[in-house]
Every structure is written in C-alpha cells, then in structure tokens.
Design a protein around this ligand. Structure first.
Ligand code: NAP
Ligand code: G4F
Length: 359
C-alpha cells in the first residue's frame, strides 16, 4: 500500500516539529510548509531535513497569507491529511498586529479549505483550535466542547473564525474537517516568549549567574498545561477518527503562573518567598536574600484570560487519548533541558531570554 501523505503548516514550530516526527514514525510521507526567512528558522526540524534517515520528509516555501501558493502546494503534494498548525500564536503579540493575526491565524484556515474545495481534493483537514477561544469564562469550572466562546484577543477571535470556517466547510461541502480545541501544551521546544519556557530558561540563567532577575507579568492567571508530544498524538487521533468532529485535549488540572514559577524555583534549589503586592511584588531567594523575580507591566495584556481548565472526556472516551505527562513531570522535563542548555552556554554571552520586549 502506498504511504499516506501529510502536509503540515507550521512545521518549524513546536507542535509542527513533533507532528512531523510522529507521522514519519508512522510511515507517512511528510511535506512541511516552511516560511522563507533571511536566517534559518528550522532549528526544530534540522534533524529531519536533508537527513538520509528521513527520505520521506521535505519542505516547500509557503505562507498562510498566500492563497495561490497554498493551492499549488496542495495540488502538487496531494496530501491525504493536512494539519494546519501554522499561526501567529502569541496572544500578547497579536494585540500589536491584529490585522496580520486575522489574516494568518484566521483566514489561513479558510484559504486551505477553499483550496481543498476548489481542487475537489479528497483531503482531511485538521484545524489547531485553542482554549483561548473560551476567553473570559462565566464560571471557574471545566470547559468542554459545549462551553460558549468569549474571545479576549485578536489571536482568540482569529481562532474562533477558523473554528467556524472548519465547521462550515465540513457541513456545506462534506469535507473531513475537524477542530482540536487544545489547552496549553509545552515542551523544551516551546517558543522562548511563552511564559513556561521563559521561566525555565530565565530561572536557569539566574541560577547560573547569567542574569540577575526574571521579569514577568500576571502571576495569577491559571492554565491547564500539558506536554506537546502527548498532544500531537491526540491530533493524529482526531484526524483518524471515523467521522470529522471537534475535540478538546487537556489535562484536567489547572495551575497559576505563580505555581509554575514556584515549582521551577524548587527544582533549581532556590528557596523562594513572595514579598509585596501588585507591581511591587517580588520573589526573593531566602538563601541569598536576592530578588530573583520582578513584575514588569509590559508583560500585561490589554485583556487577560484568567482561568482555563479543560474537560477532555470526549477525546478520552471516543479517541482513547489521554495525556501521559503531568504538571510536575512537565516542569522536570523542561528544567532539565533548559538548565543543561544554559550551562552549555555559560561564558558565551548567551542573551536569548532578556533582549526582546516580550521575553
Ligand atoms: P509555534 O511554535 O508558535 O509555531 C507556529 C508555526 O506557525 C511556526 O512554524 C511558524 O513559522 C508558523 N507560521 C507563523 N506565521 C505563518 C505564516 N504567515 N505562514 C505560514 N506559517 C506561519 O506554535 P505551536 O505552539 O507549535 O502551536 C501550533 C498551533 O497550535 C498554532 O496554530 C497555535 O496557535 C495552536 N495552539 C497552540 C497551543 C499551545 O499551547 N502550544 C494551544 C492551542 C492551540 P516560523 O517558525 O517561521 O515562525
Ligand atoms: O504562555 P502564554 O503566553 O500563553 P497563553 O497566552 O495562554 O497562550 C498559549 O496557549 C494558548 C492555549 O490556551 C494557545 F492557543 C496560544 O497559541 C499560546 O500557545 O501566557 C500564559 C499566561 C498568560 O495569562 C499571561 O498573561 O502567562 C501570563 N504571563 C505572565 N507573565 C506571561 C508573562 N506570559 C508571557 N508570554 N510572558 C510573561 O512574561
């Protein structure tokens, strides 16, 4: 039997890179949509690219903002499955470029679905929906597939647009088009401007004396954090279920950003104590008396999502999916990786975390 063919948008990202590995393991021929960049943006897939061990992996230059380019790639690659993981995915940044976010994160899905429709391609489509779509929830309890959306950012409203586009193309044209609604998932490949990775990298640097203080925003937001590798397995199950449907993937546990900081600090051997309130709040290492965490309002968002907690019982029941890695194990995986990474960079003037406004 001929190998199944998959196209992954966002293949250079966290989930895209794990998705490519999973599909290659399963014997797929994998095509990745790669944005052109003047300096390589392929660090997460370099081990797959031009590697004789992975003859079934290749990328093509493309962009979710270019309809003709997307249609041409689908026409040429003839994928059985498309995983639309590409997006401007940073909620904070989406406020600074709302139009671009709607274009790529929202209309990107429409462009792919319209190409599938026009080409009459027998292609299944997965849309990377987000728990951010729930936004400001009415009650601080579990969110499931029936919870209403109340988006709070250009990113979230774009994801709502893509979610409904996916449903409309499923219903109108009988395309196998499925939505995942994924709660936060992290890994050592997480982008460095998302809060978990910023904390694991930043506190590792503080521990190694490469940086004095880690500046953060809202410590009280609650997130349902899982492990990206577990979630790409769920995504594959969603697209290989007998019918196209919408599924939540989540751990069912929620923690504050503050708890994530505390857990990382403990792993690194700090004795963390919180002092002060609001913008004056700081985290002190009792062992040295030094301030290691501060608050900078630049990291606050114009509108915040305070509470996310997912009920993934539908996916657990129908897909047989459940996450393997829990909160504590996730922290351990990330801190082990990032402490070692920063240690290797000791003395090399590594400035990864501190330079950018959003880091
Ligand atoms: P990520 O690491 O930020 O990756 C985003 C990918 O999208 C990158 O490969 C990026 O390319 C690509 N991209 C950005 N703009 C593009 C454009 N105009 N055209 C084509 N590709 C473009 O995100 P992730 O964490 O892997 O998340 C994967 C998807 O799941 C995203 O759609 C995200 O919104 C969604 N999601 C993520 C989570 C989570 O917690 N991680 C939860 C729910 C939903 P470059 O490498 O060139 O920047
Ligand atoms: O890590 P974050 O930037 O992730 P956020 O906003 O929850 O979005 C992520 O998860 C979504 C799924 O729910 C995805 F759809 C989306 O693509 C992305 O992957 O921020 C988490 C929380 C927020 O409440 C934020 O205000 O951490 C808070 N936070 C506090 N200090 C910070 C910081 N966030 C960032 N990025 N940087 C800070 O210094």
């Amino acid at each position: 039997m001929a190998a199944k063919r998959a196209l992954i948008t966002g293949v250079t990202g966290q989930d895209g890179s794990y998705m490519a590995e999973l599909l290659l393991e399963k014997g797929y021929k994998v095509y990745g949509l790669q944005r052109h960049a003047s300096y390589p943006n392929t660090s997460r897939i370099d081990h797959l690219l031009n590697n004789a061990k992975f003859p079934n992996f290749q990328t093509a230059f493309g962009d979710l903002s270019d309809s003709a380019n997307i249609a041409a790639i689908i026409d040429k690659a003839e994928p059985d499955e498309i995983y639309n993981l590409g997006a401007l995915s940073h909620v904070g940044v989406s406020f600074t470029m709302p139009e671009y976010t709607v274009d790529v994160t929202g209309l990107g899905a429409l462009r792919i679905l319209e190409a599938i429709h026009q080409l009459k391609a027998p292609t299944k489509f997965y849309q990377a929906g987000s728990s951010e779509m729930f936004g400001a929830v009415e009650k601080q309890t579990f969110q499931n597939e029936n919870t209403p959306f109340n988006p709070q950012s250009p990113y979230a409203m774009s994801k709502v647009l893509a979610f409904h586009t996916t449903r409309i193309y499923r219903k109108s044209y009988n395309i196998f088009a499925a939505n995942g609604i994924l709660f936060n998932h992290e890994s050592p490949r997480r982008g460095v401007s998302f809060v978990t990775r910023k904390i694991t990298l930043g506190l590792s640097r503080v521990k190694l004396g490469l940086q004095d203080v880690l500046m953060l925003g809202n410590l009280n937001a609650k997130r349902d954090w899982g492990y990206s590798r577990d979630y790409v397995e769920g995504i594959h199950k969603i697209l290989n279920y007998k019918t196209a449907d919408d599924f939540i993937l989540a751990t069912g546990e929620t923690h504050t950003v503050r708890e994530f900081v505390e857990s990382v600090a403990k792993q690194l051997g700090f004795d963390l104590a919180w002092k002060g309130k609001g913008l004056k709040e700081k985290g002190i290492d009792r062992k040295t008396g030094k301030k290691i965490i501060g608050i900078d309002p630049v990291h606050f968002r114009p509108a915040e999502v305070d509470y996310l907690l997912g009920d993934s019982s539908k996916a657990r029941k129908l897909l047989g999916w459940k996450p393997k890695v829990n909160f504590q194990q996730l922290v351990e995986i990330m801190i082990k990786h990032d402490y070692d990474l920063m240690k290797k960079n000791l003395g090399k003037g590594h400035k990864l975390v501190t330079r950018h406004r959003f880091y």
